[in-house]
Design a protein around this ligand. Sequence first.
Ligand SMILES: [Zn+2]
Length: 384
Amino acid sequence: MIAIINGRFILPDAKGDFAIVTDKAILCEGERIAAIVDAQEAAALPAESIIDAGGGYVAPGFLNVHVHGCDGMDTMDDDAQALPRMARLQAKTGVTGFLPTTMTCAWTEVETAFAHIRQCMQKQPEGARVLGAHMEGPFISPAKKGAQAEENIRQADFSLVEPWQDVVRIITLAPEELPDPAFVASCEQAGITVSIGHTAADYDTVMDAIEKHGVHHITHLYNAMTPFHHRNPGVVGAALDSASNCEIIADNVHAHPAAQRLLYRAKGGRHIILITDSLRACGIGDGPSELGGQAVFVKGELATLADGTIAGSVATMNRCVAHFWENTGAPLPLVIEMVTKTPAQELGLYEELGSLAVGKRADIVIFDDAVGIQRTIIGGKSLD
Ligand SMILES: [Zn+2]
């Protein structure tokens, strides 16, 4: 038994909305949250079972549904150490569950990545839980490929995905490239979320996908999609004009603070999922790195190629939370929902994780007013 005391606890209220509560204690037994009690009830427990949050925030562990790499490693590395290293670094940034994200590579390489992910799902490494894969491409638009390799783009075909239904949780695709909308239904039946991204679709095509075919997820809003124009609202317009869940890279590099604010206001604070979309250069500090054979230089939260082009994100989840909180002025509990409850519901895992509630996994993060991570607890065990 451990008891977390002296925190500002971010807990669901009677309606399920997150709110800050003090004078409580969270009791964990084994891997689960056993009880949430009044603070004085924990006072009698032996000192060695007490975790003093020191007045910090105590929240459910963050979920990161779009992350390619960090700590020098990438999901596409055919290296059994890649995901365990990523899992440890993610945990240090407050993440307790993540979807390693594949790139538009040769299909055999994508399958190799899935095999590594499956292995980690069966035998979890120490650190953030590997919850499955986010498959970014290869069913995307060549016109909006971004950093994805065009020669590996191909037509959506469910028979490719079928052997990996237990692994793949999200597929990013371009709806205008879909040969048959039945692909979406096959994915939904298999519990896979289809997400609109890397797409040159117009507003109507995206609204059709959302309203007629039940697509409800948008990959990194604003990036690699048709922008908003007042006579041609594009993917961005459809994303903001619907109840779809929008990912956003809240690093202030990929989306301007004002663009983050517009998303927050258009969505009334709901249907938003913060992601890092980070690359292997994340978490290794300033200096040289590499992306697909090209030299990358990292300084602070900016990673650039030799010619100054942005080379992807080096954001960490706790920094994204801090940025979005500051940029929007949103109440902190609502920002925390964007990295816990909303992604957990999207993945169909909210019964199990994504909030601090009795019976759920004891995946908990403690952080300060600047969202500096003080402690990450996964399955009731505190990570050093
Ligand atoms: Zn990505």
